[in-house]
Design a protein around this ligand. Structure first.
Ligand code: GDP
Length: 369
């Protein structure tokens, strides 16, 4: 299961957000085996309105949404890359995640101390990103030193050249203050450095934590959010506006009151579901569906997976014995009122081993046992 790490300076709202994510998951988990693996790891459902639509067509009893794991990585402070705070431990925890969700404080509140004395999102992300970049540079330097040493076969020398080329590009990107993810790498180069676990190469989402007044406008009136958005655009990183506090308070309220409060704020939620969806997609994940009388289920695959690989997510036997996949796009399934109608209309495709599964495909696998 892929994990996203929640990072950020102290007092920006990480724990509030993490707890809201976990509580929200519990509240919605009527027939879903929700669990917290460790105190700081939560499995969160990816809300998807398509599940309801599909289940009403196929008459399913149960709905099973896709999930993504969030890890609360507290305590990243200035100097972490030099081992300050519990620096190295935190960097190791981040290294073990697949993506980073960086919480950025965009709310003013005199009662809540800001570590740098004032709310300044650009300053805050510079501090965090610099620590991550410094940690990466240490890894880079060690790796370059190692690659340059010793005699090697010509095959190995060639591979090392590719990697050294990639490392040089990454180093330039980091030194320009933009993080490894902005380096343009060929497919081979990307593969060569994948194992290094570089922190600034991990996909990133900024969660702009705002107060309730800013939710409806998406932070359009909030100068901190504006500044964050323009920086993120330069970096090619997505910003999601969320209110950790609103989400936390929603979990305390009876359903009807929660609904009324949201209505008065002019929103349908506190931004949590958008954050989860953005994280899911940043992780390079997508969804296909199976649907029938028993259940409608969203399955998670990596973008680019073939039909047999997608089948293997359900069960390894499905992959081994794969024959073909009866495939209907989500929109065709809805348009033609389900399997039968889609088949009649010629919208059901028989896809083979090479088929790359598309977002929202409704699939039925045929396989040998
Ligand atoms: P962490 O150190 O990043 O984990 O931050 P916490 O989640 O512990 O939050 C620090 C303090 O800020 C807590 O008292 C929260 O209630 C408060 N807080 C979090 N989000 C918001 C928000 O959106 N608005 C306001 N006013 N306070 C918030």
């Amino acid at each position: 299961n892929l994990q996203a790490g929640i990072v950020g300076l102290p007092n920006v709202g990480k724990s509030t957000l993490f707890n809201a994510l976990v509580e929200n998951g519990k509240a919605q988990a009527a027939n879903f085996p929700f669990c917290t693996i460790e105190p700081n790891v939560g499995i969160v459902q990816v809300e998807d309105p398509r599940l309801k639509v599909l289940s009403s067509i196929s008459g399913s009893k149960d709905l099973l949404p896709a999930t993504v794991e969030f890890v609360d990585i507290a305590g990243l402070v200035k100097g972490a890359s030099r081992g300050e705070g519990m620096g190295n431990q935190f960097l190791t925890n981040i290294r073990n995640t697949d993506a980073i969700c960086q919480v950025v404080r965009c709310f003013e509140d005199d009662d809540i101390i800001h570590v740098a004395g004032k709310v300044d999102p650009l300053d805050d992300i510079d501090v965090i990103n610099l620590e991550l970049a410094l940690a990466d540079l240490t890894v880079l330097e060690k790796r370059v030193e190692k690659l340059k040493k010793g005699k090697k076969s010509s095959d190995q020398a060639e591979r090392d050249e590719v990697e050294l080329g990639a490392l040089a590009k990454i180093q330039a990107a980091i030194e320009a203050g933009r993080g490894a993810r902005t380096a343009t790498l060929s497919r081979d180069e990307a593969a060569a450095v994948r194992g290094l676990g570089l922190l600034t190469l991990k996909p990133l989402v900024y969660a702009a934590n705002v107060t309730e007044e800013d939710l409806a406008s998406g932070g359009a009136e909030n100068p901190h959010v504006k500044a964050l958005r323009s920086r993120a655009a330069e970096e090619g990183v997505e910003v999601v506006v969320v209110s950790a506090k609103v989400e936390a308070e929603l979990n305390e309220l009876p359903k009807e009151e929660a609904r009324e409060w949201l209505e008065s704020l002019g929103v349908t939620d506190g931004g949590l579901s958008s954050l989860v969806r953005a994280t899911y997609s940043t992780l390079g994940l997508q969804t296909y569906f199976t649907t029938g009388e028993k259940e409608t289920r969203a399955w998670t695959i990596r973008k680019g997976m073939t039909a047999p690989q997608a089948a293997g997510v359900i069960h390894s036997d499905f992959e081994k014995g794969f024959i073909r996949a009866e495939t209907i796009s989500y929109s065709d399934y809805v348009k033609h009122g389900g399997y039968g109608g889609a088949k009649e209309a010629g919208a059901l495709r028989l896809e083979g081993k090479e088929y790359v599964v598309q977002e929202g495909d409704v699939m039925l696998f045929r396989f040998n046992v």
